[in-house]
Design a protein around this ligand. Structure first.
Ligand SMILES: NC(=O)c1ccc[n+]([C@@H]2O[C@H](COP(=O)([O-])OP(=O)(O)OC[C@H]3O[C@@H](n4cnc5c(N)ncnc54)[C@H](OP(=O)(O)O)[C@@H]3O)[C@@H](O)[C@H]2O)c1
Length: 253
């Protein structure tokens, strides 16, 4: 079947960070299945190589977003192997659940270093490559509904994601002149291997009851938002934050 030209990503080079598991792995598979040349990046090389063997990505490149030299090398390697980057899915992230009164300097730094500094670092390195290639591109930052509202015991994560929303808007403003669109997806709770047990528990089920659609998302629930922002379907969108959360943000007070 010929894909809808509006959402066509065939032949586009897409760099996906955090592609070794969870949402990132599914973003890579989604784009690769639609003909994009996916460069899968993360620290766990064995998982990336398995993804490539499986057809979920064309290339595997080791990346630690907290290390500026690693980011620079990974973007360079991605361009050498796949060609100029058209799409960045800036997805690598970590969470830490702890009462704020107990949060250590190290806890705070780890979450901010990865989710905020890392996301900015990768966006800038990829944007430099896009500007050098003079062909623009699309950056999709993976934020969270916790960047728009708050929950207990997730202070550093919520702060980092709220800042990422502002990074998205600020970069959209600055990089429009280079033809680079910068948008974000703010997912609600999505089941991945890291939280599957929680959502099966009583506490997890209590969270589900507060979601208007009465279910947590699956990684596939984010594919529509990804394809909209990554492809020409989103040509006039930049600085947007697309919420995909089963209505969690609009639950009743
Ligand atoms: N699941 C949800 O409910 C949900 C909701 C809203 C937003 N999000 C966001 O979605 C993104 C993916 O989360 P997930 O649920 O899929 O979690 P996950 O399965 O734990 O995936 C996190 C990914 O980030 C990578 N990563 C972590 N630190 C990294 C680093 N320093 N350098 C490079 N890669 C790094 C991990 O790869 P390596 O360990 O191999 O490096 C892994 O591939 C995150 O930004 C998260 O905040 C998730």
């Amino acid at each position: 079947m010929t894909p809808d030209p509006l959402f066509d990503v065939r032949g586009k080079v897409a760099l996906v960070t955090g592609a070794s598991s969870g949402l990132g792995e599914n973003f890579a598979r989604c784009l690769a299945a639609r003909g994009a040349v996916v460069v899968a990046c993360a620290r766990r090389a064995d998982r990336l190589e398995a993804l490539v063997r499986d057809g979920g990505a064309a290339h595997a490149v080791a990346l630690d977003v907290t290390d500026p030299a690693s980011v620079e090398a990974a973007v360079r390697r991605a361009v050498e192997r796949a060609g100029p980057i058209d799409i960045l899915v800036n997805n690598a992230g970590v969470a830490d659940t702890k009462p704020s009164i107990e949060l250590t300097e190290a806890d705070w730094r780890r979450v901010l270093d990865t989710n905020l500094d890392g996301a900015w670092r990768v966006a800038q390195a990829v944007a430099k490559a896009m500007v050098a290639a003079r062909r623009g591109g699309s950056i999709v930052n993976i934020a969270s509904i916790l960047g728009l509202r708050q929950a207990t015991h997730l202070l550093a994560y919520a702060a980092a994601k709220a800042a990422l929303v502002q990074v998205t808007r600020s970069l959209a403003l600055e990089w429009a002149r280079h033809g680079i669109r910068v948008n974000a997806i703010a997912p609600g709770y999505v089941v991945t291997e890291m939280n599957r047990d929680f959502f099966a528990s009583e506490a997890g089920q209590a969270v589900v009851k507060r979601i208007p659609q009465r279910r947590v998302g699956s990684p596939r629930d984010l594919e529509g938002a990804l394809l909209l922002l990554a492809s020409d379907a989103g040509a006039y969108m930049t600085g947007s934050v697309v919420v995909a959360d089963g209505g969690h943000l609009v639950n009743s007070l």
